[in-house]
Write a protein that binds this ligand. Structure first.
Ligand code: ADP
Ligand code: MG
Length: 698
């Protein structure tokens, strides 16, 4: 029988309960202090922890350990070492030291560094992150670590995230103390990332080079039915999908990942999983693990989990909603408006800090979600537009309006829901309705950043949010710090009023999918960075370098290296896509089209030779097919030539622009013709499974 869920949950995690059971009391206390106050850990403590960790891991079947880290590839990396240690006479013991726990030295030369690390300095270090618990997976003890170069520059996503969390904690605590909350000593950021994905049949997947090499379909005509009936969203789970989701939950729960909600999404074969929120650092680690385990469990079920932002043309792609808030060590959610937000000056300051942060660093917010895959979604009327704006909802907008105009905002009236059926329970409506088109929406007691693509690490966007909000808070602190306690309420109102006037241009409660909004946003002077190559230079804009360096999130060289890596990543992705498309067109699609053209030609000449029958229809078809052949052939030749040109461009920004403007346009032209031609090809001739099979077979 399966273990009860409470016993199963976290059973493979070296969590607080295990630590308390396994560690000597003083060691446990020292470790807790490190975790809670970010203090330095002494080696003797590390040694004790290592012994306990190893014992626990070996008891649970582990033979190896690994320093698990998050290099700039966007994936996680691991190198496994066994616990075995020789003791002479061909004997071994299982051994693990504090030094091995605290520090690793992987060869860093093959990870992206954006020029930070010369190849002769291949050494990199991984350093244990005690704030994210170790866990066991596939017989190995996983130790979450940060990854840096020999000279101390961050080569990963965790280090700057931890830096940004500390900065935000410091600034938020300062202002809370100023407001009289003297028992607050730290503030954590919390994240709940909702993850979308597609599930398709593995046998079909392996027949498509585009899915294998690029994660998305580069060709494929829409079947007669797509998502227009809206029958998939929240629809009943099919048995194969339900079995997959069940196994996935079990695997995640064992690792202490609080998977909570699962449902079908809008597009056929599309689904979503949402966990219960956690501290940013842990939530980021958990989301990386979730994505990995989604793929692994799918494989066991003969399925493939697609995390690409746009696996299929013509239906919705996948995103990730990043729910974000701040919580004090005393347990107060700083974005909870309470019953009377207008009177809650603490809430108003933090709300205003977020509005100011998003307005002043909207370019960085956009940049933080920029990728070749996500470019297919943003602004395509299925995901938020590429323009960053904030949805506040009616009530908060009214609160801010009243402050701006010095009018009185009455107490909020809770509205009872009227369903018209007395048998149904009565409940109060939420303060905010939903606005699906907004990139950054206030949802009751948190903000939901909805521009993230489904495959990216959520570290990036949260680094930006934490840092930008910390900067806003720090400026507010400077404005308020000399105010006497009895004048604070008035001072905060005056501050909020000034800030609204300056930043209200970022607030937009309307429909983000309309052309009017694009025009209006331009009038307001908001950024509209439509593509990744357009967004990336924001990283090295003066104001942004200033933000990062002042708060010690990135050094200037770390910023430039990340900019390089992002550009390179974009170019490489499109290069692979272009080459895959060429391969499929030349070796699969055109030969199939030729085969069918031959069949039609044969049929015409046969009919003519035997009985001189009329062939008007076949001739029409023949001319259509050969017209497509011609068009696709020439378009492919152009793509081939342009890809060569792209390969020759040394300047990365120039190359990225070229890939965006020319290569993508070439690929679009090919796809348009090939998809039109596909509508005439018999299924038996198409050398790979079509959309109908991919989307409707699970
Ligand atoms: P939906 O967005 O579908 O309405 P919910 O409001 O239940 O769903 O929550 C969505 C996500 O937001 C969940 O992952 C949830 O844990 C997370 N969440 C809720 N409260 C917070 C918070 N204070 N900080 C961060 N995330 C939160
Ligand atoms: Mg949501």
């Amino acid at each position: 029988m399966e273990k009860g869920i409470p016993e199963l949950y976290g059973s493979l995690v070296f969590n607080d309960k295990v630590m308390r059971d396994k560690l000597p009391k003083d060691i446990y206390k020292a470790l807790r202090k490190t975790i809670e106050n970010n203090t330095h850990l002494e080696l003797d403590v590390a040694n004790s922890v290592a012994v306990a960790m190893k014992e626990w891991a070996v008891e649970n079947g582990a033979t190896h350990f690994t320093h698990w880290f998050q290099p700039m590839t966007g994936f996680t990396a691991e190198k496994h070492d066994s616990f075995i240690s020789p003791v002479g006479n061909g004997q071994i013991i299982m051994d693990f030291s504090g030094k091995e726990l605290v520090k690793g030295e992987p060869d860093a030369s093959s990870f992206p560094s954006g020029g930070l690390r010369a190849t002769f300095e291949a050494r990199g270090y991984t350093a244990w992150d005690p704030t994210s618990p170790a866990f066991i997976k596939d017989g190995t003890l996983y130790i979450p670590t940060a990854f840096c170069s020999y000279s101390g520059e961050a080569l990963d996503k965790k280090t700057p995230l931890l830096r940004s969390m500390e900065t935000l904690s410091k600034e938020a605590t300062k202002i809370l103390n100023l407001l009289g909350q003297t028992d607050v000593t730290s503030v954590s950021t919390t994240i709940g990332p909702e993850q979308e994905y597609f599930l398709i049949d593995k046998d079909l997947y392996t027949q498509r080079k585009d899915l294998i090499f690029t994660g998305r379909t580069l060709l494929g005509a829409m079947p007669p039915k797509g998502q227009e009936m809206e029958d998939h969203y929240f629809g009943a789970l099919k048995p194969r999908v339900a079995a997959y989701m069940h196994d996935l939950d079990m695997e995640l729960w064992k690792l202490g990942i609080p998977a909570k909600t699962k449902h079908n999404e809008v597009a056929p074969s599309q689904h979503e999983l949402a966990p219960i929120f956690d501290t940013a650092n842990i939530a980021v680690d958990h989301n990386q693990l979730t994505m990995e385990i989604m793929k692994k469990v799918a494989d066991k079920h003969g399925l493939v989990c697609l995390l690409h932002e746009k696996p299929f043309d013509g239906i919705n792609g996948s995103g990730k909603h990043n729910n974000w808030s701040m919580i004090t060590n005393t347990g107060v959610n700083l974005l909870d408006p309470g019953r009377t937000p207008a009177e809650n000056i603490q809430f108003l300051i933090f709300l205003m800090a977020v509005i100011k942060a998003v307005d002043e660093y909207a370019d960085l917010m956009r940049l933080s979600v920029a990728s070749a895959g996500n470019d297919h979604r943003l602004g395509a009327n299925e995901a938020p537009p590429a323009i960053v704006s904030i949805f506040l909802g009616d009530e908060l907008t009214a609160v801010l309006d009243s402050i701006e105009n010095d009018t009185f905002f009455g107490k909020h009236q809770r509205i009872q829901m009227e369903t018209g059926a007395t048998v149904l329970p009565h409940f109060f409506k939420d303060n905010t309705d939903r606005n699906r088109t907004s990139p950054f929406a206030f949802t009751g007691n948190k903000f939901e950043f909805r521009m993230l693509g489904s495959s990216i690490s959520v570290a990036g966007p949260n680094i930006i949010l934490n840092t930008a909000v910390a900067e806003a808070l720090s400026q507010f602190y400077d404005e308020l710090k000399d105010t006497p306690a009895d004048g604070m309420e008035e001072a905060v109102h005056a501050l909020v009023k000034r800030a609204i006037l300056k930043h209200k241009k970022i607030i937009f409660n309307g429909n983000g999918y309309t052309d009017e909004w694009v025009e209006e946003a331009e009038k307001r002077g908001l950024y509209n960075l439509k593509s990744t190559p357009e967004a990336l230079p924001c990283f090295i804009a003066k104001k942004n370098i200033k933000l990062f360096t002042e708060h010690k999130i990135f050094t200037e060289s770390e910023i430039y290296s990340r900019y390089e890596i992002l550009l390179e990543n974009y170019c490489k992705t499109l290069h692979i896509e272009a080459r895959t498309m060429q391969d499929m067109i030349r070796r699969d699609f055109l030969p199939a089209l030729m085969e069918y053209t031959d069949e039609v030609t044969c049929s015409i000449s046969g009919k003519k030779a035997v009985a001189d029958l009329p062939c008007t229809a076949e001739t029409k078809l023949l001319s259509k097919l050969s017209g497509y052949y011609e068009e696709i052939y020439l378009a492919e030749e152009k793509l081939e030539a342009d890809t060569k040109t792209a390969e020759g461009l040394a300047d990365m920004q120039e190359a990225a622009n070229f890939y965006h403007e020319t290569i993508l346009a070439d690929m679009d032209a090919i796809r348009k013709a090939a998809d039109a031609a596909e509508e005439y090809l018999p299924d038996s001739i198409l050398p790979y499974p079509n959309y109908e099979a991919l989307l409707f077979s699970v």
